[in-house]
Design a protein around this ligand. Structure first.
Ligand code: AMP
Ligand code: GLY
Length: 421
């Protein structure tokens, strides 16, 4: 089969790598991919938000299946666009993708189906929002209602901070804002919970705990994710049943009532408070770096699973996992999530120890004349599988020390809640 994978991050490298092990693969195309994917797939610099261009390429190359990594093209309806043209594609359609594209869509669904989530209000203008804020308890959470790449969420400690958040969102800091959401602050621990769905059957696709803050001990600015471990220390059978029955199944019922269904990966971002799950947000894709953390533990053939989803045969498919724990540490450009230097050469890749337990997935890298350059904020993902996360961390740190790149930094404490407790 010829497969096209859309996206250029660590998530897409991990998906491409996992798919590449399938016997059915003839060729993998990454649109646009990164330096890591170019080692075994063909990278093409096609703008994945230009659906017509993507479609023409797929037709011309005779691609059998398209896998969409990031949220933007999903929210913009790439699945509908390609399916209307009889292309097989893995990912949710435009209506279902509102679960990520519009926080208000999701909040209204929560209200209708009694899905546990933070209490909230939606405000259409500055005045109403600020009036409401005069009578709330702090901290309070203020969110822009559009895709803001993990930004666009403020946790305000007092009225002054909250008013600034409202001004910044309505000033268009995260794109044109029609509405804002003000919600209750949930005090608990976060967990990423994943399922895969073919529109009829759902199956668990792992759990993880991401570390979104840039600084050690979960301090500083929010980022796309500085590292993760899997499975989450919070998961247990009772909690999983609550997640499925109180959150996931009612959500899928809600989509059914809208005359559609969910195909693809679904990522529930949860706050766990005393073993009770609350939905913070949905993402209509795998997490990044959770995908890089989880996929190396998959024993089954990812291509078989994805194909089964597209053909609505997931029920008959077995998804089995290695009985190990996985840790991922993200190496970033100094300055991320703000400004950082680009096009800096990274050396010593050949010294890294990579094998069936130790992986490297690229993100913001590019290959130029056989040199690997850092071109993004999150640059490389180091993963290690082990029976013990302390051991996994040691393996990752040993590899990280071998690389020669003085413009990089990483959090040394990923999984600290499990390892250093
Ligand atoms: P979101 O983009 O909605 O996932 O929010 C980004 C981050 O803000 C989350 O990962 C949480 O750490 C935090 N957050 C969002 N909503 C809440 C809430 N209601 N209570 C506490 N923390 C929250
Ligand atoms: N790990 C956070 C995200 O993928 O949105």
């Amino acid at each position: 089969m010829k497969i096209a994978i859309l996206g250029s991050g660590g998530r897409e490298h991990a998906i491409a790598h996992s798919i590449s092990k399938s016997k059915k693969i003839k060729k993998i195309y990454c649109l646009p991919g990164n330096a890591g994917t170019s080692d075994f797939a063909k990278n093409l610099s096609i703008n994945i938000n230009n659906f017509q261009q993507v479609y023409e390429f797929i037709k011309q190359e005779g691609i059998n299946l398209v896998i969409v990594g990031p949220e933007q093209p999903l929210v913009d309806g790439i699945v509908d666009f390609l399916e209307e043209r009889f292309i097989k594609v893995f990912g949710p359609n435009k209506i279902a993708s509102q679960l990520e594209g519009s926080k208000i869509f999701t909040k209204n669904l929560c209200k209708k189906f009694n899905i546990p989530t933070a209490n909230f209000g939606v405000f259409e203008n500055i005045e109403d929002a600020k009036n409401f804020l005069k009578n709330v308890n702090f901290p309070i959470v203020i969110k822009a209602d559009n895709l803001a790449a993990g930004k666009g969420v403020y946790i305000s400690k007092n009225l002054k901070e909250a008013n600034i958040a409202v001004d910044e969102i309505f000033d268009g800091k995260f794109g044109k804002a029609k509405n804002i959401l003000i919600e209750e602050f949930l005090d608990g621990e976060e967990m990423s919970y994943f399922i895969i769905s073919d529109g009829k059957t759902i199956k668990n696709f792992g759990t993880a705990q991401d570390h979104k803050r840039v600084g050690e001990g979960d301090t500083g600015k929010n980022t796309g994710g500085m590292g993760a471990y899997s499975p989450s220390r919070l998961i247990n059978k009772e909690l999983e049943n609550k997640i499925l029955n109180k959150i996931i199944k009612p959500t899928l019922k809600g989509l059914d009532e809208l005359g559609t269904n969910y195909k693809g990966f679904l990522y529930a971002g949860l706050m766990i408070v005393n073993n009770e799950p609350y939905l913070i947000e949905y993402n209509v894709r795998m997490g990044d770096p959770e995908c890089q953390t989880i996929l190396p533990m998959l024993n089954a053939d990812l291509l078989d699973i994805v194909e089964a989803c597209v053909e609505q045969k997931l029920e008959q498919t077995i998804i089995d996992w290695k009985k190990k724990q996985s840790l991922c540490v993200v190496l970033c450009s100094k300055g991320y999530p703000d400004n950082y230097e680009k096009n800096i050469k990274i050396n010593n890749f050949e010294k890294l120890i990579l094998n069936e337990n130790n992986y490297l997935f690229h993100a913001g890298t590019e290959k130029k004349e056989n040199n690997i350059l850092a071109v993004g904020g999150r640059v490389l993902n180091f993963i290690s599988l082990s029976d013990d996360l302390t051991d996994a961390r040691k393996n990752i740190h040993e590899n990280l020390k071998k690389l020669d790149w003085n413009k990089g930094f990483y959090r040394k404490d990923i999984a600290f809640k499990v390892i250093d407790k």
